[in-house]
Design a protein around this ligand. Structure first.
Ligand SMILES: C[S@@+](CC[C@H](N)C(=O)[O-])C[C@H]1O[C@@H](n2cnc3c(N)ncnc32)[C@H](O)[C@@H]1O
Length: 293
């Protein structure tokens, strides 16, 4: 069995072959599934599922990081198999069409970014204490805006270079800059009481050897420095990791430290993915209470 895709202008046609014979076909145009048909003698054997899955997959429909939308005409009300197939693949009736709308899975980093977007005002001093490939630094630059300033720190030269390149490509080099530095030395770049936000995304640099990753001792020292660097009302966000490569010690040490911060001075949120494994990334947020220094 094989599927052949014949791309056309603005539409794709999919042919499902059993040996040399075409037994099914589908046609998609801009996310609209206009036709999906299996020859009657081959129905009820899973070929419709096979073809639909391939059509959705080819259109990014199983990408967990992207929003996708497919529509299809309503099947004949008597065609129970077609309704069941549509349901199995997440199509629901929306007025006079079937619709399959999938939002990207929420990641720990996205959650941290959503929370920071709600809490921060443009124009501040933001520190990305683990700038890596620069995605969080770029996010912070967009939040900070033209009146703000963003400093990215990383101990790996390739990370600093990647971040500065990403900022330049996105026209953000006048707002943000990455520096080769250990985040334990954060107070050199953001003196006590000066920062509106310090963001940590611990772990290793995606795409680089896993041998270099953040370590409990340095991370704890950096979190302490970050809290000192924050202004009253400032926000620290940290995504903590554990697992085979990185172990448990960093997550445990930072978590323990955050959980024992005095309530009178800090609001601490630990946003656990409750139905995931213990090794799930753990987004944490600390707000330095406005009446403290
Ligand atoms: C998960 S990555 C960060 C991803 C990054 N925020 C992004 O958007 O691409 C973690 C980064 O922390 C860096 N790192 C580890 N220990 C560090 C330290 N002591 N000081 C500064 N950066 C450190 C690593 O080099 C790595 O690039």
């Amino acid at each position: 069995m094989r599927i052949e895709c014949k791309p056309g202008i603005g539409r794709q046609q999919y042919l499902l072959y059993k040996e040399q014979a075409v037994i099914g076909r589908a046609e998609v145009s801009g996310g609209q599934l206009q036709q999906l048909e299996i020859l009657p003698e081959w129905r009820s054997r899973g070929y419709g599922s096979y073809l639909l899955k391939e059509v959705l997959r080819a259109g990014g429909g199983f990408d967990t990081a992207a929003e996708t939308r497919f529509t299809a005409p309503l099947p004949d009300p008597a065609n129970r198999a077609a309704w069941a197939l549509a349901r199995r693949f997440g199509f629901v009736r929306r007025g006079e069409v079937l619709c399959r709308h999938r939002l990207p899975d929420l990641t720990a980093v996205q959650l941290a970014q959503h929370l920071l977007t709600d809490l921060l005002q443009p124009g501040g001093l933001y520190i990305d204490a683990t700038c890596g490939n620069g995605h969080d630094t770029l996010f912070l630059c967009r939040l900070a805006g033209a009146q703000g300033h963003v400093i990215g720190l990383d101990i790996q030269p390739m990370a600093v270079q990647a971040t500065n390149t990403l900022l330049a490509q996105n026209g953000m080099a006048h707002i943000g800059q990455a520096i080769l530095a250990d985040h334990r030395d954060l107070l050199r770049y953001a003196p006590a009481g000066s920062a509106d936000c310090v963001m940590f995304n611990f772990g290793w640099l995606p795409g680089a050897p896993h041998a270099v990753h953040s370590q409990a001792e340095a991370s704890l020292a950096a979190v302490r420095a970050a809290l000192e660097a924050l202004k009253p009302g400032g926000v620290l966000s940290a995504v903590l990791y554990s697992g085979k490569v990185i172990g448990q010690s960093e997550k445990q040490a930072v978590l323990d430290y955050l959980e024992h911060l005095p309530l009178a001075r800090y609001t601490v949120l630990v946003c656990r993915f409750a139905n995931w494994a213990d090794t799930a990334p753990l987004p944490c947020l600390v707000i330095k209470r406005p009446d403290t220094r």
